[in-house]
Design a protein around this ligand. Structure first.
Ligand code: FAD
Length: 466
């Protein structure tokens, strides 16, 4: 498909999570050359550092697919590069190099707050940071999380389940309280996912909680008896327990004299039906839950530091609905001050729609977005192989001049081989080095060894230098 003159173009994709990697595949399939810039040393994004660490089959399956895509000679991987204002390289610098298109697939790296008093005290965390911590992504892997014994998780989606899984099954906390604005029927987690923490659910407490809110649920025509019937009589005494506090909106975090979380004050909600949706409405009735830690699992927002027009947690996209399937507007960043789209830049995956959907959704979004990008590039003149090589070299020079220690696909493969060997020695299915320093040191050592092996003529096959 390439450009108007039949020549390919050069596209930079920012972020090598599922969206960026599947985007790279679609661009390469259309004949284009792709430079994939990734903040983390290893590719995979949340598939590597978000999906729960015991989902071996799923993680290995995705890694295999990603490895195959990154092995395409038209895809050039540069890891350990942060793109954005004041970062390793800016969007403007990438524009100056002259990429045919820029695809932003950096996920949703900004954290959402509730904006309540006390939320900056010690022991209030964001689920994403905690998830990065237990999945060993630097620097979160090295940060200390003051969890304590009693933890509240705000929100009731699948991320809540993952965090509760870690807290109860691995950190062995004594109590997890899920605080939800609405009721049990409005849960956003999958029952199948919930099974990993179901054993901790305090059924007696759950019945009491549902009885407490019975009139409010019945006010919106919810069948409470049916709901109660879904809980057995199970009330086995347990050292650890999971409970829910429904119809509660956090109002303030109360700190102790050391500035650590002591309690969460919540506002009771009513439920009302609005346009077919069940909506929470505050009542002003306040109660208190004593705690050691509060974790927000309320979704994330995009990172405004990338340098695109940003409003209310998202990048602004073209408000004019252009014709086409998919409509290009969905993927085009838009500057409300100049009222123009940012030509040649596109958003896909969680950078376009923060915290929405599983890997399959991010993949589909990227593939639809790249349809739009490929159509745009088809109308442009392409580049010769020499021009493409020069531009990649220009990027490499810029990074080297700034002293950025980036890694390539071959480097990641060297690192992964060492991690595999380490896992084998430890008898675990995987092993991850948890600091950039360790990973970079291993890569540097292995690069040296590979260099020596090449010099001795024992390497089988050419090593691509990029
Ligand atoms: C806790 C949790 C558990 C999940 N579990 C599952 C599951 O079990 N199954 C499932 O199918 N889905 C799961 N998901 C959803 C899945 O992870 C996402 O759908 C998917 O990863 C989104 O892909 P993405 O590429 O848009 O973003 P991400 O996966 O976030 O990837 C973004 C990439 O961009 C890079 N990046 C970020 N900022 C920059 C920058 N400034 N410059 C350069 N690179 C940058 C990052 O290093 C990262 O590699 C889970 C999500 C979470 C949060």
């Amino acid at each position: 498909m390439a450009g108007i003159d039949g020549k390919p173009n050069l596209v930079v994709v920012i972020g090598a999570g599922p969206a960026g990697i599947y985007a790279a595949r679609k661009l390469a399939e259309a004949g284009h050359v792709v430079v994939l810039l990734n903040r983390d040393i290893k590719p995979g994004g949340l598939a590597e550092y978000g999906i729960f660490f015991d989902k071996e089959k799923m993680k290995e399956g995705l890694r295999k697919q990603f490895k195959k895509i990154l092995a395409d000679p038209k895809v050039f991987y540069f890891g350990h590069i942060d793109v954005g204002e004041g970062k390793d390289v800016t969007l403007n610098a990438l524009r100056e190099i002259g990429f045919g298109a820029i695809v932003v697939s950096a996920g949703a790296q900004g954290t959402k707050k509730l904006g309540i008093p006390g939320e900056d005290c010690i022991g209030v965390y964001h689920a994403k940071d905690v998830v990065y911590h237990y999945n060993k992504l630097p620097p979160f892997s090295q940060q200390r999380y003051e969890i304590g014994r009693k933890v509240a998780i705000i929100g009731m989606g699948n991320v809540m389940v993952d965090v509760a899984n870690w807290l109860l099954n691995y950190e062995k906390v004594s109590e997890v309280t899920v605080v939800a604005r609405r009721g049990p029927k409005e849960k956003a987690y999958d029952d199948k996912e919930f099974e990993v923490i179901e054993q901790y659910l305090d059924h007696e407490d759950m019945r009491r909680e549902i009885e407490r809110i019975r009139p409010k649920l019945e006010a919106v025509d919810q069948n409470v008896d049916e709901l109660l019937a879904s809980f057995g009589d199970k009330a086995e005494p347990s050292e650890q327990r999971l409970r829910f506090r429904y119809l509660c909106s956090p109002r303030q975090v109360i700190a102790d004299h050391q500035g650590r979380v002591a309690a969460l004050e919540v506002d009771a909600n009513d439920l009302v039906l609005e346009g077919g949706r069940t909506v929470a409405k505050g009542t002003g009735q306040v109660s208190r839950i004593d705690l050691d830690c509060v974790i927000y699992a309320i979704g994330d927002q995009v990172d405004s530091a990338i340098g695109l027009p940003f409003s209310r947690g998202a990048f602004v996209t073209n408000p004019e609905k252009l014709p086409g399937e998919p409509s290009p507007s969905f993927y085009q960043p838009y500057d409300p001050t100049t009222r123009k789209v940012l030509e040649g830049i596109y958003l896909v995956g969680w950078s376009r729609n923060a915290s929405v959907g599983l890997v399959g959704v991010a993949k589909q979004d990227a593939e639809r977005g790249i349809k739009v990008v490929n159509a745009y590039l088809a109308e442009k003149e392409g580049l010769s192989a020499t021009e493409i090589g020069r531009k990649i070299e220009a990027l490499r020079r810029r990074l080297e001049e700034k002293g950025v220690s980036f890694v390539t696909r071959e480097d990641v493969e060297l690192l992964e081989a060492v991690e595999k060997e380490e896992a084998r020695k430890r008898g675990t299915w995987e092993h991850k080095f948890a600091t950039d320093e360790e990973m970079l040191a291993i890569i540097a050592a292995k690069r040296g060894m590979r260099g020596e092996a090449l010099a001795a003529g024992v390497a089988n096959g050419p090593v691509k230098k990029h």
